[in-house]
Ligand binder design. Structure first.
Ligand SMILES: [Zn+2]
Length: 71
């Protein structure tokens, strides 16, 4: 999962594009009903961001094998 962050990180700038950072989902931020991740954390600076959408949960790769791909 990647989002835009304001922190400086030369490696990720070069690897993914300027300001684009790999983030990890914050498991505790899951919505109690939908179980969608609401928050993610930048791996470069540790800053929390709103999750761009719920498609990016780690389990989605497994789920997508069982359901038709979304457009
Ligand atoms: Zn950051």
């Amino acid at each position: 999962m990647k989002i835009k962050c304001t922190c400086k990180h030369a490696f990720q700038d070069g690897e993914y594009g300027k300001g684009i950072r790999v983030v990890t989902p914050i498991d505790k931020s899951k919505h109690p009903q939908t179980h969608k991740i609401q928050r993610v954390r930048c791996t470069a600076c540790g800053k929390e961001h709103d999750a761009p959408n719920a498609e990016l949960r780690p389990t989605d790769a497994a789920l997508s094998r069982q359901v038709a791909p979304r457009t």
